[in-house]
Design a protein around this ligand. Structure first.
Ligand SMILES: [Zn+2]
Ligand SMILES: [Zn+2]
Length: 233
């Protein structure tokens, strides 16, 4: 996250980066974190907070529904907290509509939350979907919070695609072995959401000759870093 001399007041845009398990979302977000100015707030993933914080996981349907409702409410409050910091862009690691992909009927996800799909889709200005690679190619089992098999991951990815299909500004990033190419595509899409006053920080698009990692490997971001940086206003 780079310092920014911008003193404009920004009209906040909310962007979702979503994707099935194993799509490389976390690695792409890590790169973005080092490529944007402090007016782009990157939210932590609500599911990681809920399940990482000890919320029970179980195949039992009522337990799964309770988990998805908890994630929805945490996501809403993360967005509210980020808005309070006057950002130019809030980049969400998944959005409220993702819950639909993990929801088991027969009762309706949105009824149980007192909202509608349309209302939730309107809540976001753009959606970037990183697709899960087919088969077991590139599937990452290293995340201890991840419980899906490769086949389940593919099905969830399809369900995420279906859940967001009604969004007017949805961008699909197909799976690719070329990580940097995929990450650059996401950065290009994200750059289009960032106001001109803040976009000059963007690497590698703003200045292709300039590496974001002058000392070699990308540094590790501290958890919760997004909330500790105040806009310089
Ligand atoms: Zn700005
Ligand atoms: Zn800025």
């Amino acid at each position: 996250m780079m310092a920014c001399e911008c003193r404009e007041s920004h009209e906040r845009r909310r962007v979702v980066l979503t994707g099935g398990p194993g799509a490389g979302k976390t690695a792409v977000l890590e790169l973005i974190r080092h490529s944007v100015c402090l007016h782009v707030k990157i939210l932590p993933e609500a599911a990681g907070i809920v399940f990482g914080g000890g919320f029970p996981r179980d195949r039992e349907v009522e337990v799964r529904r309770a988990g998805q409702r908890a994630i929805f409410h945490v996501q809403k409050e993360l967005e509210r907290a980020a808005d309070a910091l006057q950002p130019a862009v809030v980049l969400c690691d998944r959005g409220t509509v993702d819950g639909l992909a993990y929801w088991s009927g027969p009762d309706d996800f949105w009824d149980s939350l007192g909202t509608t799909l349309g209302e939730q889709l309107r809540h976001y200005d753009a959606v970037i979907h990183l697709r899960t690679p087919p088969g077991d190619g590139g599937y990452d089992h290293s995340n201890p919070l991840r419980v899906e098999s490769a086949e389940e991951a593919r099905i969830i990815d399809e369900r995420i695609a279906a859940a967001w299909s009604g969004h007017p500004r949805r961008f699909i990033v197909e799976p690719s072995a070329d990580f940097l190419g995929k990450a650059t595509r996401v950065l290009q899409l994200l750059r289009d959401e960032v106001p001109a006053c803040c976009v000059r920080h963007f690497w590698p698009i703003a200045d292709p000759g300039c590496s974001p990692f002058p000392r070699g490997e990308p540094p590790q971001a501290a958890p919760g870093q997004w909330g500790t940086v105040r806009p310089a206003s």
